[in-house]
Design a protein around this ligand. Structure first.
Ligand code: CMC
Length: 396
């Protein structure tokens, strides 16, 4: 295949025009709708940023209130969907349950799933609020089912992150009320994941949307793409890697040697198709990490020590430097999730909750494209040339 030239992995293919997210990978710049990620991380919340990403402008007081109201109204799940989640095996991967349930929303809200987006975006706000609000309920309910624990119902007086933590961790005998620090660590994590232009899952959403498919069907496809370990699955893979290094008694040095030799696993949480510089999201997470740890009462995490060691060795190692491999968002985000108490198999689901505004905004951009063309790439055929059919007894 060496002689064949095409744009392998779409590394240099501009597939659409988009006004949502700007990335300069060489300079390590990320902006949502023109706002630097550093400013949003410092001053905004996940819900406000979700509104911005979807609608293009920061909300006024009134718009923020209406958006919050829509999210609150749409937080609970219909009984049928609760049973749907309950009927998966106890050890189901939460990403499998999430993608199936997001798709099933199309069955429960047929007026929002009529596959006619090019003509009708009348119900877009409702569909968007359902996706953003219910993804959190679905995720938390899946967690409860996997543990054999009863569901919690969303509380209308709680904010987005507080509600998620309540849905996850409250018990009938003990309501979980998160500290402001835990809620704000979660807020930051979600905000930093809100969009990231044409990554694999977003391109998947746009591809499916280009056929005219409804929002829930398109998002469900995005969830599946995100599940892969080279994409959203990396945040889970990072912790598994750090744990294995820790369990083997290595301080990271041996692991790095085998990653460089291409023998063992890659250094997960390192490298990015677009960033050839420190991922700005990783920088923000890393900076806020110590604050979060202190507020969570965690004195030290041995996996953090290994992560720091890996980073410092890799950043001065010729293999990583020459390939411009820097930590990406997933390198530290898993450590934050761990500190909050999110189990490992839910990490990628957390990424999906965060990415929901981006997928929705990108779906709408496709739906609003005048004279939209279905995405239909071409290929270089490398299979057999023409040959004749042989009856079975003549085949060797
Ligand atoms: N560890 C060791 N070597 C690496 C790594 C790594 N993490 N990433 C890339 N390389 C090497 C790779 O072997 C290749 O070397 P050579 O030129 O000698 O063959 C070179 O760097 C270029 O790699 P590539 O696979 O061609 O780069 P890509 O742009 O196709 O892949 C990536 C980008 C993110 C898939 C890749 O860097 C990777 O697998 N990283 C680990 C997984 C990860 O952290 N993913 C999360 C991405 S950020 C969040 C998200 O968007 O989901």
């Amino acid at each position: 295949a060496g002689a064949i030239t095409f744009d392998d992995g779409f590394g240099n293919t501009g597939a659409c025009a988009s006004a949502i997210t700007f990335i300069d990978g060489e300079a390590g710049i990320l902006r949502y709708r023109g706002y630097p990620i550093e400013q949003l991380a410092a001053h905004s919340s996940f819900v406000e940023t979700a509104y911005l990403v979807i609608n293009g402008e920061l909300p006024t007081i009134e718009q923020r209130r209406d958006f919050g109201r829509l999210l609150t109204q749409n937080a609970p799940l219909r009984e049928g969907l609760l049973r749907f989640i309950q009927n998966f095996p106890r050890d189901s991967h939460p990403m499998a349950v999430l993608s199936a349930t997001m798709n099933a929303l199309g069955a429960y809200y047929p007026h929002l799933a009529s596959n006619n987006h090019q003509r009708d975006l009348t119900h877009f706000d409702e569909a968007a609020a359902i996706a953003i609000s219910k993804v959190r309920t679905i995720a938390a309910h899946t967690f409860r089912v996997n543990r054999g624990q009863p569901f919690n119902y969303p509380r209308p007086n709680f904010g987005y992150c507080e509600n998620f933590l309540h849905l996850m961790f409250s018990e009938p005998y003990n309501e979980y009320i998160p500290t402001a620090e835990v809620a704000s660590a979660l807020n930051l994590f979600l905000l930093l994941h809100a969009d990231h232009e044409q990554n694999c899952s977003t391109s998947t959403v746009r591809m499916v949307a280009s056929a005219g498919a409804n929002l829930f069907a398109s998002i469900s496809a995005g969830v599946n793409a995100l599940w892969g370990p080279l994409h959203g699955g990396a945040n889970m893979a990072v912790i598994e890697m750090l744990q294995q290094i820790h369990d083997s008694g290595d301080d990271g040095t041996k692991f790095l040697e085998s990653a460089k030799a291409g023998k063992g696993a890659r250094l997960m949480g390192f490298g990015h198709r677009v960033y050839k510089h420190y991922d700005p999201r990783a920088k923000i997470i890393k900076e806020s990490f110590y604050k979060a740890l202190a507020s969570l009462g965690i004195k030290n995490d041995p996996l953090l020590d290994i992560a720091m060691k890996l980073e410092s060795v890799a950043l001065s190692d010729d293999y990583f430097v020459s390939r411009k491999l820097y930590p990406n968002v997933d390198f530290y985000s898993g450590l934050i999730m761990r500190a909050i108490g999110i189990p490992l198999n839910m990490f990628t689901v957390m990424f999906a909750i965060g990415r929901m505004p981006g997928w929705i905004a990108q779906w709408r951009e496709v739906a609003q494209t005048p004279k939209l063309k279905i995405h239909r790439p071409r290929q270089i055929y490398v299979g057999q040339t023409q040959r004749d059919y042989l009856p079975m007894e003549q085949r060797g």
